[in-house]
Design a protein around this ligand. Structure first.
Ligand code: AMP
Ligand code: MG
Length: 491
């Protein structure tokens, strides 16, 4: 019998072969003692990987970036980006590497990428490292988003490096192994466009079309159709965020994917009390990326993509700009439709209503009463089942709420909705468990101190966000109101 082990990964490398000029070949830094903090065995299985073979010292060294796996050509990807509105022509993976592409058993191609694997030529002043807490935060929140059926990058593993990193204090270092449809970003197009080689932008666009928006290839104007497809994907994505109270926190153009997946969980958080002005990021003092600003900011980011695509859309620049502008305007309609559909389902309707008045009046009540966003929609389903206690406990303004609830029931009746059935369907789209800030902080603090128990428990709860389970009451409760709650990115 042959003892030659099958390689852990069967990598492809279309990005490297087709997009020279958009990356630098690079390798990770050594790690003194790589150990798995968490390995997503289910995701490994989905990717066609052998989880047992991965769960070894060799697997940990590879996912820490310390060993280059057989058949891999790791690269640091180049990209530019508007960060908080200001343009940086050269960002790139300062502390990350694309290890390669995996084609899963269903034929889906996905990137395997490491974050925190050491300095690259794009590192600027950064140390190339990441601390355990922020990498576990990305793991738990991205996996929670996936369970909420929101398009997102996934987390395969977090590996402790055995080395401390210098932040405000010394913290244990770690590397996140991330899986994504790809790591093409709006910022990738901005970078290519600024290099002044129109053929490179075309190659990038052709690659992105083939990989993510293949129907655009057959359109009369493929590049315009491609732009329209990205606009639609991102409008639908942001609508999903808004429907669950997710604040991304750092919607720079380098953190906006071409695939339509949520990426880069830095200062992200779920809102407790409903307030469109909610901001968590310590560096977002102007509230640019506040909860309620997310749709217009996404549209602004997509305008930056349009600018990079103009030369491909039409040789006549004026005509290209006019066509791109019209497509950019479709963002609002796509967003409005996706939000309206989603909100109708959250309120138990089968048909989206012609206007958003009922939903907006509810949100206004929630805003005024600082009502917990996640709990409110579950309380409404309870109300339909005849239990008004949860709604009473949440909505202080009894009269305003009662009048609204009366209108809501009348609208459901007008659609011939059976209340019990509507309640059941609402519970399938309104999560009871989301990664609440106090739970995430508690889990990360314990993990940083060496106890992974609370983190593992939280990940397990969030895997089934719609199913109430006895004994998990504390995971459904709002945390203490913390007006000054802040999260940090890039750490
Ligand atoms: P992010 O906030 O994670 O989206 O990162 C924004 C940019 O800063 C990217 O170019 C990152 O690669 C870079 N970056 C963030 N943290 C570090 C670090 N510790 N070392 C090097 N580069 C970093
Ligand atoms: Mg980023």
């Amino acid at each position: 019998m042959s003892t030659a082990a099958r390689p852990l990964f069967a990598f492809d490398d279309t990005f490297v072969r087709q997009l020279e000029g958009l990356y630098l070949a690079w390798q990770g830094a050594p790690a003194p003692d790589p150990r798995f903090l968490v390995l997503n065995r289910a995701l490994a299985g989905e990717l066609g990987l052998d989880a047992d073979a991965l769960d070894t010292p060799e697997g940990a060294a590879i996912l820490a970036g310390a060993t280059v796996p057989e058949g891999a050509t790791p690269v640091a990807q180049a990209y530019a980006g508007h960060q908080f509105g200001g343009y940086s022509p050269r960002l790139g993976d300062g502390r990350a590497l694309l290890l390669g592409e995996l084609v899963d058993p269903d034929g889906r191609r996905r990137d395997l990428h490491l974050k925190g694997s050491g300095r690259t030529p794009f590192a600027r002043g950064g140390d190339g490292r990441a601390a355990v807490g922020p990498m576990l935060r990305e793991y738990v929140v991205s996996e929670a988003m996936h369970a909420l059926e929101i398009p997102t990058t996934r987390s395969l593993a977090v590996v402790a490096t055995g080395e401390d990193v210098v932040r405000e204090t010394m913290l244990p270092g770690a590397v996140l192994a991330r899986v994504a449809a790809s790591h093409l970003r709006v910022g990738t197009f901005q970078y290519a466009a600024r290099l002044g080689d129109p053929e490179l932008v075309r190659r990038l666009a052709d690659y992105a079309i083939a990989r993510h928006h293949p129907h655009a290839a057959g359109a009369e104007n493929p590049y315009l159709a491609f732009f329209a497809s990205v606009v639609r994907a991102q409008a639908e994505l942001v609508a999903r965020w808004m429907l669950v109270g997710f604040v991304h926190g750092v919607m720079n153009t380098d953190n906006v994917t071409i695939s339509g997946e949520t990426i880069d969980y830095g200062p992200c958080a779920f809102m407790d009390a409903y307030d469109p002005a909610t901001v968590f990021s310590s560096i977002d003092q102007a509230g640019r990326y506040a909860f309620g600003n997310q749709p217009p900011i996404m549209q602004w980011n997509l305008a930056r993509l349009a600018e990079a695509l103009v030369p491909l859309i039409d040789a006549d620049q004026q005509a290209a700009v006019a066509a791109a502008t019209e497509v950019l305007r479709s963002f609002q309609a796509h967003y409005g439709q996706a939000w309206g559909r989603g909100m109708a389902a959250k309120l138990g309707f089968v048909q989206p209503s012609d206007d958003d008045e009922l939903a907006n009046d509810l949100l206004a009540l929630m805003h005024r009463g600082r009502v917990d966003h996640t709990a409110a929609f579950r309380a409404l389903a309870d109300l339909l089942r005849g239990d008004d206690a949860p709604a009473r406990a949440l909505f202080a303004d009894g009269d305003g709420f009662d009048a609204w609830a009366e209108r809501w029931r009348a609208s459901l009746a007008a659609q011939d909705r059976d209340p019990a059935q509507a309640a059941e369907e609402m519970d399938r789209v309104n999560p009871v468990y989301v990664p609440r800030n106090h739970l995430v902080e508690e889990a990360l603090a314990a993990a940083t101190a060496g106890d992974l128990g609370p983190f593992e428990a939280l990940v397990a709860v969030l895997q089934r966000p719609f199913a109430v389970r006895p004994g998990l009451e504390r995971y459904a409760e709002a945390g203490p109101e913390e007006p000054g709650y802040r999260t940090f990115c890039g750490t």
